[in-house]
Design a binder for this molecule. Structure first.
Ligand code: NIG
Ligand code: FE
Length: 416
């Protein structure tokens, strides 16, 4: 009788983040909190949510497995909407070089950076990549992440890009955390194509993209649109073909130089544009108008000692802002959600409420899943976290430490 039936009972507050699409501008402040609330789950789906008294009148608790949430806050699972989850090897030496004053682009230009991870990812077996991918997902789950986006981009050739995407799809199948796969074949110019960037884009667009589409290995297509990497014109060409083939679009935009990536994202109807440290006022306005989610990655700015993206300005201009870790072996080797909370609230002038919206419903919108995850709403997947504290205000307050005590994924307790 109790199979698949779960009652999360008597939470001091249920922070619903209620909504079925990205929250823009001022809407980000409203978390729709139910004090003393409960959630009814059946077959992995949220069946009811409301004040405990009302829920217990309508549902017979003896029919349910009960999780006692007395004195604890319950929220939607976090959505980490930008990560480079599957990669081989590490680049610890580059971190020390950066501490000594070298910058990210200098290291990249002398053959380090992304292409160094490409060498290690080519050398890694399917099984090795699978093991590190699963381990990273375990760590993310412990921080309350129930859905994560994972990009390829450490292959830069057909065989290795496919290997990375196959592993991404396999960890999605085997791990409780859902993984949304993104093809990022145009992540860097491999050494053999130096000076022939257009040819490399032709290769990725004509020879690799159609195979990824045909084999349904990715849902999104992304590109690193940046000075000395891929131009706006090359990005437009590659992403337009991706759209034709049915991919949804993301762009690594205006990270280091103001190039017009935000404007391109709006022009192409991208689901999100990410980084945006240097995005222009016009780019921000275009994104707000065209409902492109602005995915900000403060861990990367922190790690590279850059100024943070203008989160406050973007929200005030009516953008939907999401926050994500950008976990990767170079510019930001962290999957820490507590770090993101600290940086957003203490350094980006975002409120705790806006930060939570950015990592729940807006993160879901950034992976085009706001209709099924990202909030505690009837009919959505029962992806939820329970804190060890009575209020969401403890999340950024407990600096650098996870406040997550339990994680429920698809209605099943998967972290306790
Ligand atoms: O999002 N900016 C480009 N790509 C990654 C970094 C990847 C790497 O350094 O390995 C990013 O920061
Ligand atoms: Fe990235």
């Amino acid at each position: 009788m109790k199979k698949g039936k779960l009652l999360v009972k008597g939470a001091s507050e249920v922070v619903t983040c209620s909504g079925f699409q990205a929250k823009k501008g001022k809407e980000m402040q409203d978390l729709k909190v139910i004090p003393n609330g409960s959630v009814v789950i059946e077959d992995g789906i949220i069946k009811a949510v409301g004040p405990t008294e009302e829920i217990l009148k309508q549902y017979d608790e003896s029919q349910y497995e009960v999780i006692d949430a007395t004195g604890k806050a319950v929220l939607p699972g976090f959505v980490d909407s930008h990560t480079h989850l599957v990669f081989g090897g590490y680049r610890a030496e580059e971190f020390s070089w950066r501490l000594q004053g070298q910058n990210y682009m200098e290291i990249m230009e002398k053959g380090g950076g992304i292409v160094s991870s490409v060498r290690s990812t080519k050398a890694a077996s399917h099984d090795e990549l699978y093991k590190v991918g699963m381990k990273r997902l375990d760590s993310m789950l412990s921080f309350g992440v129930t859905t994560v986006e994972g990009k390829s981009g450490y292959g830069l050739d057909l065989e290795t890009e496919i290997k990375q995407l196959e592993v991404t799809n396999k960890v999605n199948e085997d791990h409780p955390v859902d993984v949304v796969p993104t093809f990022l074949g145009a992540h860097a110019v491999p050494p053999e194509y130096k000076g022939r960037e257009d040819e490399f884009i032709d290769y990725m667009t004509n020879d690799v993209l159609p195979v990824v589409a045909e084999r349904k290995l990715a849902e999104f297509c992304d590109i690193f649109c940046e000075k000395k990497v891929f131009s706006v014109e090359q990005s437009r060409r590659h992403l337009s073909k991706a759209k034709e083939l049915g991919f949804k679009i993301k762009i690594h935009a205006d990270e280091i130089v103001q190039l017009g990536g935000a404007e391109l994202a709006a022009e192409l109807g991208a689901v999100s544009a990410d980084h945006l440290l240097q995005a222009s006022d016009k780019g921000v306005a275009d994104m707000a108008e065209k409902n492109v989610v602005a995915t900000l990655l403060p861990g990367t700015a922190f790690s590279l000692k850059e100024d943070f993206a203008r989160g406050r300005y973007m929200i005030d201009q009516g953008c939907a802002v999401a926050l994500a870790t950008d976990l990767n072996p170079g510019s930001c080797f962290t999957e820490s959600i507590p770090l993101i909370f600290s940086l957003a609230t203490l350094y980006m002038k975002m409120t705790t409420e806006e930060t939570i919206t950015a990592i729940t419903i807006n993160g879901a919108a950034a992976v085009d899943r706001a209709d099924t995850i990202g909030s505690i709403d009837i009919g959505k997947k029962a992806d939820m976290i329970m804190l060890e504290f009575p209020s969401y205000h403890y999340i950024p307050y407990h600096i650098g430490v996870s406040t997550v005590e339990k994680v429920i994924k698809n209605g099943v307790l998967v972290f306790d």
